[in-house]
Write a protein that binds this ligand. Sequence first.
Ligand code: TRP
Length: 327
Amino acid sequence: MEIVMRILTGDTPTGRLHLGHLVGSLESRLALSREHDCFVLIANVHAFTTRADRPAEIRRDTLEIVRDYLAVGLDPDRVTFVVQSEIPAIAELTVLLAMLVPFQRVMRNPTLKDELVAKGLVDRHSFGFPLYAVGQCADILTFRAELVPVGEDQLAHVELCREIARRFNLLYGDTFPIPEARVGRVGRLAGVDGAKMGKSAGNAIMLSDDSETIRARIARLPTTRQSITEPGDTNGVLFQYVRTFLPAERADELADRYTRGDSIGDGTIKAEVAAAIDALLAPMRSRRAEYLEDAPLLDLLRDHARRANAIAGDTLARAKAAMGLAF
Ligand code: TRP
């Protein structure tokens, strides 16, 4: 039997989850959650780094993301959902860990830098913005996670977490496992226009989208040739989707015909991809419909917060004792 590992991963609630989340990380979470001790964190405090003026939206998105998790098939009896703001130990550990990392090191984090540029926050971000990177380390370490399944863009954060954990262990004695990142089968699924997939960019397929929306979005995948007898390029977005959503054999066959210009039209391929995505998402749409009410969801989250706080409180007590802070 395989050894059971502690796993933690999460998402910032910025709206519903999309296909990029599914193939980048949700699928691997789902597989891992069947064998391991899995925590999935909703980073609602981090959402305030960019939307402090919209608390109602953050609250709504927090519940929507839990619906997405349930829709994907994460089993609430096996997986613990962690609403970040419900776990005081995370905030306390964030402050303690922040002492162990130079501010310049945090600011060198490429994911942080990219986000500052993308969000237009370069000279006007809050104090809390860089703190969130340390907060993410606290998310992981509070649960003493050994494995962190994430999309490629999160690797820099996990690297920071490993550095801070090593430093803590060195200074105060062995307290935290050094967590490892694991990227899903598709590191970065492009949006249907070829740019980074994002809800706000309007180029994403959301897990809750209906068949018609899926078809319309897939129809927007860029076409680069004039005729179906012209040899096509299989390194573009269209074929990223083909390889991601069609069975490998079929993808190879299509790629072969496409490269030879063997009368296979982009429209035909897109229709096939759209149908495959629709078949993948259909059961998720129906599962989502079972969780429309807020009240049972809130009950579930309170129950999970109790489980999570038991572990988090224990870790914090150990960390404080190691630091000579147990009075
Ligand atoms: N920063 C992650 C994102 O935006 C969310 C996140 C917060 C996270 N804490 C985490 C992911 C801990 C993995 C582990 O997607």
